[in-house]
Design a protein around this ligand. Structure first.
Ligand SMILES: O=c1ccn([C@@H]2O[C@H](COP(=O)(O)O)[C@@H](O)[C@H]2O)c(=O)[nH]1
Ligand SMILES: O=P(O)(O)OP(=O)(O)O
Ligand SMILES: [Mg+2]
Length: 206
């Protein structure tokens, strides 16, 4: 199911990121901050369990997270959201999924994967700022499913209708979270209006 997280702070920060005159430093900082703000909303339905603790006053029962959380950035661009997410969920483990998109065919090419233990019992949050054709995210979801993950969330900043459709078709069990649903893809597979090439803007490459 698609969830567009609509919040004035997120809209403001995303506008800064979309602006072509925004430099690497401000682009990175705003991406990180949006990552933190989005994850607060996304984790709203995480399962909790009651445990017994002792306060300075008495014994009591209180809630704690029931399952481990794994943040799985799709390299490189997804890396830009990790520290913002970890600032809200500091106990999360981090998986890495290396993927590049062929510039001609737009097909995703995985080149690296590394996971923490217990993927099957974790809530896995896959992050990539851009959901364009959806090929990279769909492939990343396949990869974490092969590791046994069943509770998977996909968190992107900007999505195109084409990418949302692909994920809904291939992985109807995965909830999609966006900060904005944009208009369409251009002939080169870039999101319009979008924010350009996220990896290049984060890392200052071209
Ligand atoms: O406007 C865009 C579109 C894509 N990217 C990069 O490509 C992948 C996602 O593309 P899919 O077509 O959905 O596989 C994403 O990892 C971005 O790194 C982009 O930066 N800007
Ligand atoms: O999906 P790509 O090819 O844009 O990868 P990166 O995020 O490393 O720029
Ligand atoms: Mg890129």
């Amino acid at each position: 199911m698609l969830n567009v997280i609509d919040h004035p702070l997120i809209r403001h920060k995303l506008t800064v990121m979309r602006d072509k005159n925004t430099g690497t430093k401000d682009f990175r900082e705003n991406l990180d901050e949006i990552g933190g703000l989005m994850v607060y909303e996304i984790t709203r339905d995480l399962p909790t369990k009651e445990i017994e603790i002792e306060t300075p006053i008495c014994k009591t029962k209180a809630d704690t997270l029931a399952a481990p959380i794994v943040v799985a950035p799709i390299l490189r661009a997804g890396l830009g959201m990790v520290s913002g997410i970890l600032s809200i969920v500091p106990t999360a483990k981090v998986a890495h999924i290396g993927m590049y998109r062929d510039e001609e065919t737009l097909e995703p090419h995985p080149y690296f994967e590394k996971y923490p233990h217990h993927m099957e019992e974790s809530t896995v949050i896959i992050v990539d700022p851009m959901l364009a054709t959806g090929g990279s995210s769909a492939a990343a979801i396949d990869m974490v499913k092969k590791q046994g993950a069943t509770n998977i969330k996909l968190v992107c900043l900007v999505g195109a209708p084409e990418g949302v459709k692909l994920i809904e078709e291939l992985h109807p069990d995965v909830d999609i979270y966006l900060a904005a649903l944009d208009d369409h893809l251009n002939e080169k597979g870039y999101i319009v209006p979008g924010l350009g090439d996220a990896g290049d803007r984060i890392f200052g490459t071209k």
